[in-house]
Design a binder for this molecule. Structure first.
Ligand code: PRP
Ligand code: URA
Length: 210
């Protein structure tokens, strides 16, 4: 598993505001989108392209376009949905699949409650979106879901991770082609499985408590 932690003052600045408990929901949503667009730049560094010949107003020349099959973006509902617009800003022609997962807040085990994905993901670059990598259980389950459909090239974009979750994910994806792109790695998990210092419950801050 390859891990890239963003190192950019604008990302650190936006993360600071995102973490602040006084930041209101509209600002939290807008910042999440902006942060994801910045992380998407790193996450798509190896996106598959193919050469094309086309004409400028002046002459024929060569360029590139995204290779087919087009990349698949998979936000993990609910909080990952808040990352989708930021990602497709850079990949407007990508297809979008959905996985609904919720973590049992006592056992920390992920429960899958929705799925809308292509049957065959072989040869497809998959970009998974989930803001929080806490115990790593949800992301590991999501990635396994994609492997079971034949995926062999997965990049996850997360805003924050805990070292414990990264370690668990490393074990769960051993020997597989998985890349994680992160805004920051925080200190630890607390007894409630929350990332410390973190930003709280990402889904609640994006969409309210339901
Ligand atoms: C949050 C978050 C991740 C998961 C991370 O989702 O968006 O999916 O927790 O925790 P883990 O690494 O310990 O599995 P949550 O289960 O709160 O659901 P939500 O997105 O519907 O709020
Ligand atoms: N899920 C969240 O939304 N936040 C955390 O800190 C951990 C899991």
């Amino acid at each position: 598993m390859r891990v890239f932690v963003a190192d950019h003052p604008l990302i650190t600045h936006k993360l600071t505001v995102l973490r602040d408990k006084t930041t209101a929901q509209p600002t939290f949503r807008a910042l999440t989108e902006e942060l994801v667009t910045l992380l998407a730049y790193e996450a798509t560094r190896e996106v598959a392209i193919e050469e094309i010949t086309f004409e400028t107003p002046v002459c024929e020349t060569q360029g590139v376009q995204l290779a087919r099959p087009l990349p698949l973006v998979v936000p993990i509902l609910r909080a990952g949905l808040g990352m989708l617009e930021g990602m497709v800003k850079l990949l407007p022609t990508a297809e979008v699949g959905f996985l609904g997962m919720v973590r049992d807040e006592t056992t920390f085990q992920p429960v899958t409650y929705a799925e809308r994905l292509p049957d065959d993901l072989s040869g497809r670059q998959c970009f998974v979106l989930d803001p929080m990598l806490a115990t790593g259980g949800s992301l590991a389950a999501a990635i396994q879901f994609l492997f079971d459909r034949g995926a062999d090239n997965i990049t996850a974009v997360c805003i924050l991770a805990a070292p414990e979750g990264l370690e668990a994910l490393e074990k769960a994806t051993e020997g597989r082609n998985v890349t994680i792109v992160l805004g920051a790695v925080d200190e630890r998990l607390n007894e409630q499985g929350y990332i410390v210092p973190g930003l709280g419950d990402a889904g609640d801050r994006l969409y309210g408590t339901i």
